[in-house]
Design a binder for this molecule. Structure first.
Ligand code: 1GP
Length: 251
């Protein structure tokens, strides 16, 4: 296990559920990223994830990751949509497979193409099973997800269990960036009962109350992106972090 993962697990053990901020290089202005990430770090976010479903320019990604690294101490973790989502300037990469994709490229094709670059850049690879719930927005469309209905939590649970059996230490339940409805807490609790691995939930989470309900249902990590992109307001992140601190650690 590498340094970024060890740090996250240590924070989880000590503080309970965590918040991470997602920065999509296509949706932010490079000139404002530095101060933005400084503010979200101050608000208590525990890592910065960088990626976006339609991102294609490695050069733009590198510039964004470098700027973030210059401005925060928390780990910077790539959240790749494709091989173009790999940058040598990050601390780690979610080495992820879109488990409910119809397309073998997103199951293991892009991973095989990207793995030599991950090794060459000496990036810490954190194995993660990515599961898209509902239509999943752009991620669902681009990733050709065979979407899981919100009212069929047991389907999400069997994908999560498969991820755990494959040795993936993290599972991400994704409703899609900007989703009208986040993943329901009822689905999170069914998945939580099925697996022990660390559970990430994201997509459409807009306030502390929703984040807290998801954490109470068993989410270990709450990811938000749109919230900061749209408002540039770290107070929203502070509210989420404060609510998450009210949720007990998982034993
Ligand atoms: C998307 O889950 C993340 O991959 C974040 O979603 O932009 O809706 O916060 P939002």
């Amino acid at each position: 296990m590498g340094k970024a993962e060890a740090y996250l697990l240590d924070r989880l053990r000590n503080d309970g559920p965590l918040h991470m901020t997602l920065i999509d290089p296509e949706k932010v202005d490079l000139s404002t990223i530095g101060s933005l990430v400084q503010q979200v770090e101050k608000a208590g976010t525990m890592a910065i994830m960088v990626g976006g479903s339609t991102m294609a320019s490695s050069r733009d990604l590198d510039a964004v990751v470098k700027t973030i690294k210059e401005n925060v101490r928390v780990p910077v973790i790539l959240f790749p949509n494709n091989v173009s989502g790999i940058s040598p300037y990050a601390d780690a990469i979610w080495f992820m497979s879109l488990l409910n994709s119809n397309d073998p490229y997103f199951l293991m094709g892009a991973q095989a193409l990207g793995a030599p670059l991950v090794k060459k850049y000496n990036l810490e690879a954190i194995p993660m099973g990515y599961i898209i719930v509902g239509a999943g927005g752009a991620a669902g469309l681009i990733g050709r997800a065979n979407w899981i209905p919100y009212d069929r939590p047991e389907i999400a649970a069997i994908f999560a269990l498969a991820a755990q059996c494959l040795g993936m230490r993290f599972v991400y339940l994704e409703a899609g960036s900007g989703a009208k409805e986040p993943v329901p807490p009822s689905m999170v609790s069914v998945v939580r009962d099925a697996v022990d691995c660390n559970l990430i939930v994201g997509g459409g989470i807009k306030n502390g109350k929703v984040a807290m309900e998801l954490a109470k249902a068993g989410a270990d990590i709450i990811v938000t992106g749109t919230l900061v992109e749209e408002n540039q307001d770290p107070a929203k992140i502070r509210e989420i972090v404060d609510r998450l601190r009210q949720v007990k650690r998982r034993t």
